[in-house]
Design a protein around this ligand. Structure first.
Ligand code: AMP
Ligand code: ZN
Length: 310
């Protein structure tokens, strides 16, 4: 059974300003009033930007899914005075994708923020439901591959050099645990909130929310009136990434601070190391790749072959 922290007593004081506290952060041993919590959230993002040398002069392309993390990220970057543009890929997962796009649209309209929408079908040739029908490979890893590659390519196409995504502390710590359990050394090499650009046609990738956990993001969204899509992706049930995050939540409940200890300790000891393999242009699409053909073209060929069998 889940052990929930006890509610804050009515006389609990905000750690920062001593007024009535309403938000408990057990992992930091702090309680906050709404204004001071917002300050705490903004400071965590500001520190991350400073640590990795991203100034307000750098325009940021924000990958927005419609979920809580990426909308919170877009919101806080604007509060901190960064120049941003949203980028949303409609994946074609039936009602789920329609609701995701609607959440991005509503958020951007309410705040008059610019964004661009692409559909996976239009940029890749197949949407996610078609991919699922045509391939036996794990759909979450295919989706992850396509999002990663397409977000990189579209960032450059939109004229930006820095791509930011909404991955939070839970995502990053969970991913690290999974990579350690399976000894995925290639993935571990890239386990960093900041990846410099390895090639002129690829953007810098940065995750400014890596110091904030999922509950902190939820609190921030509710204080800021952000209406994100609550539903989880219907194709991702039972994904191993969720199980690793759950395992860390169990450890965190018994030993507050475990998630941060795991991630920050690892990052301090293992700075990301760039690959030494040279890039070559994909013989089909010309995008940089390590092989003759890139992973996107390989996947497209695999799906075409499977359609020929039908
Ligand atoms: P996920 O892979 O769903 O955990 O999402 C991680 C991050 O990738 C999100 O916080 C977004 O920044 C970005 N992202 C996920 N899905 C999309 C999408 N459909 N369009 C644009 N960005 C996305
Ligand atoms: Zn290619």
């Amino acid at each position: 059974m889940k052990k929930m922290p006890p509610p804050l007593p009515p006389d609990a004081k905000c750690t920062r300003c001593r007024s009535q506290a309403t938000i408990r952060l057990p992992n930091h041993h702090m309680n906050f009033c709404p204004d001071c919590f917002t300050h705490f959230f903004q400071t965590a993002v500001h520190r991350a930007m400073k640590k990795y040398g991203i100034s307000r002069a750098t325009p940021l392309l924000v990958a927005v899914s419609g979920g809580k993390d990426s909308l919170a990220l877009w919101n806080v970057l604007n509060q901190l005075g960064h120049v941003t543009r949203g980028l949303h890929i409609s994946l074609g997962i039936d009602d789920f994708s329609e609701a995701s796009t609607a959440a991005v649209d509503r958020f951007a309209q309410e705040r008059s923020l610019p964004w661009t929408q692409y559909s996976l079908k239009e940029i890749f040739g197949y949407d996610l439901m078609e991919i699922k029908r045509r391939s036996r490979r794990r759909i979450c890893s295919l989706c992850g591959l396509l999002k990663r590659q397409m977000l990189n390519r579209l960032t450059i196409k939109e004229g930006f050099q820095v791509l930011v995504t909404g991955h939070n502390l839970d995502d990053e710590a969970g991913r690290l645990l999974g990579n350690l359990v399976y000894h995925r050394s290639e993935h571990l090499r890239k386990q960093s909130p900041f990846l410099p650009t390895p090639h002129g046609k690829m953007p810098i990738r940065f995750k400014p929310l890596y110091r904030l956990d999922a509950q902190e993001v939820r609190n921030y969204c509710s204080l800021q009136g952000i209406h994100s899509l609550e539903a989880a992706c219907p194709l991702s049930r039972g994904a191993t990434s969720h199980i690793f995050q759950e395992a860390l939540n169990l450890l965190e409940r018994e030993m507050p601070g475990t998630k941060r200890q795991l991630l920050y300790g690892y990052l301090e000891r293992h700075p990301a190391s760039p690959s030494t393999i040279p890039f070559v242009p994909c013989t089909i699409c010309g995008e940089p790749t390590y092989e003759d053909t890139c992973s996107v073209c390989n996947l497209r060929r695999h799906l075409e072959k499977n359609s020929a069998k039908e």
